[in-house]
Design a protein around this ligand. Sequence first.
Ligand code: NAP
Ligand code: GDD
Length: 345
Amino acid sequence: MKKKVALIFGITGQDGAYLSKFLLKKNYIVYGVKRRSSIINTHRIDDIYKDINSKSNFILFYGDLTDTSSIYNLIKKTRPNEVYNLAAQSHVQVSFEVPEYSAEVNSLGALRILEAIKNLNFETKVKFYQAGSSEMFGRTKDKFQNEKTSFYPASPYGVSKCFAHWITINYREAYNIFACNGILFNHESPIRGETFVTRKIIQGLIRIKNGNQKKLFLGNLYSKRDWGHAKDYVEAMWKMLQQKKPGDYVIATGKTFTIKDFVNRAAKKIGFKIKWVGKGINEKAINIENSKILIECKKRYFRPVEVEFLKGNAQKAKKLLKWSPKITLDNLIDEMIDHELENLS
Ligand code: NAP
Ligand code: GDD
């Protein structure tokens, strides 16, 4: 049987790496789009090249979501069955500093891919996955967020993802493109970007434990996030594209924790006994064993507007995709800690 072909934008990112491995196991040919950078940016997928069985089905090309011709040419050249748009300026706080660029990549990037799919009009329909985000719910007051919850984005990133979401629906309805939006809640892993809060906390605490860092500086400790594992979430992306009809799906665990809860769990596992003192920007975590400050809050890590509360309801995905998360928050933290310790040794 002819192998299916997937083209992944954002292959060098966290989800790109997990999705590549998942699809290669399913016997796909995986083409990935990486952008040019001044240092090699393929560390998350380098192990695929070391695996002799995967290597020949895994090919990378240069391209960029800000460059229409590269997108068009790559889709034309690779003739994919499935296109996954995982590429983005994905850092919410950074999007306040580079709002125009964030929109350029996250909003217009999605539009450029859809336009290429529409104009190339291959005989075998190309299926399209758009990496949407719970950040689109932003300042919602709903206690659980699902596919029917109104968007109220609270960052240039969130707004840019809303455009991508709606343009995906628009192209599905206007041009009959098989296009799906995943509305994914936060998902983490040992290869999560180092400036996202979960990885930052675990890396920081382990460095302090080993005497390589003095303190960890954080921002808002009281926002709540619904954290899952990237490995579970990429499976949901693929499942969306295997349905008879295209649709939009919330992917979440349905559980929510504060940043402080995450710190407490991670600190305990790493072997710290901590107590919290002070309030607001002056709140600190103290290492009980030596009375030293372990964590402090810093103004620069607070956002101009915060998404205070995220908790997803993934009942639709459970029913139609037969998807539910397998990895718990505690298992995720354990895996992230083990990976960090392994890296150090
Ligand atoms: P990530 O680790 O930040 O990866 C983003 C990827 O996009 C990287 O490969 C990056 O390349 C690439 N990229 C950035 N700008 C680009 C451009 N102009 N042209 C081409 N590629 C570009 O993000 P992730 O956590 O894997 O998330 C994947 C997608 O899901 C993103 O769209 C994100 O916004 C969305 N999402 C993530 C979460 C989450 O919790 N992880 C939740 C909801 C939605 P470099 O490696 O060169 O930087
Ligand atoms: N990054 C970071 N750094 N966040 C901090 C810090 C810090 O030092 N201190 C507190 N936080 C808080 C943020 O204010 C936010 O409320 C929460 O920790 C999570 O921040 P991030 O880990 O940066 O993730 P995010 O929720 O803003 O965005 C991620 O999830 C979205 C899905 O909801 C990203 O992966 C987005 O791309 C994704 O769409």
